[in-house]
Ligand binder design. Structure first.
Ligand code: ZN
Length: 257
């Protein structure tokens, strides 16, 4: 059986309260060897850690999403730092900028992003970035915080061709999920076609963004296989190669086993 890793899921969300166990089991029996559960707030980061302690296959990433930047306090960094000490916490995220929803004031989003980048640097953990409608600002901050030699993953990449170019120059990685399978995302297909396979990690962003043919339904880690199939056809490659390479990339990026 081919092996896959879902590098970005939110199994701690309420949408999985009724069948979390089955969802995880379903993924496991179909070749998903690891799921990386990403925090979006302090509470969600705690839940991510709990999941990683309960399930061997799950790892946790802890951080405060730009939507939650408005709730950030001095204490938040201390709590994150403590959480990050746990064995199965392998990264800081998802952090970044969201100028599409603007759920938190932009200046506050920037400041919270910077502080968490500094924390990641201090404790030497990879970073999972959320960036929406904020290409230039995100790159600018990553440059100003001198994140060149740091493992940076642009999760659910939907940036411009220019941003993709900048990201490749800086050695960043690309998280590819459901969006690339949507008919409406032709521009993204073109970009991903030109990103070297060595820089691509598979993800679902469950419960959001289910790939075709499950679009519109609740997403789950099992569907990472649909993303892999799509990339195989996009890159004229075999599913075996996509599964092997992306699994290897994810392990290298997060420094797991
Ligand atoms: Zn996410």
């Amino acid at each position: 059986m081919l092996k896959y890793i879902d590098s970005h899921a939110h199994l701690d969300f309420d949408k999985f309260n009724k069948d979390r166990d089955e969802v995880i089991k379903r993924a496991k029996t179909n070749g998903i060897i690891n799921i990386i559960n990403v925090g979006t707030s302090l509470a969600s980061s705690h839940r991510a850690l709990n999941l990683s302690q309960k399930y061997e296959m799950i790892y946790a990433v802890v951080g405060i999403h730009p939507h939650q930047a408005k709730n950030f306090s001095k204490r938040s960094i201390k709590v994150l730092k403590d959480l990050a000490k746990a064995d199965k916490v392998i990264g800081i995220g998802e952090i970044g900028l969201d100028f599409y929803y603007d759920n938190s004031p932009r200046e506050q989003q920037k400041e919270v992003f910077r502080q968490q980048l500094r924390l990641a640097k201090e404790i030497n953990l990879p970073v999972v970035i959320h960036s929406r409608e904020a290409d230039q600002q995100t790159i600018k901050i990553l440059k100003e915080e001198t994140m060149y030699n740091h493992n940076i993953l642009l999760h659910s990449f939907t940036g411009s061709k220019e941003m993709a170019g900048e990201a490749l120059n800086m050695g960043f990685y690309f998280g590819v999920g459901g969006i690339v399978t949507f008919n409406s995302a032709q521009y993204l297909k073109n970009i991903i076609q030109n990103v070297p396979l060595s820089k691509i990690l598979l993800e679902t962003d469950s419960p959001y963004l289910a790939p075709a043919p499950h679009r519109g339904k609740r997403n789950e880690p099992l569907y990472v296989i649909e993303v892999a199939k799509f990339i195989a056809s996009l890159k004229n490659s075999s599913l075996v190669k996509i599964a092997e390479m992306t699994t290897k990339n994810t392990k290298r990026f997060f420094k797991i086993d």
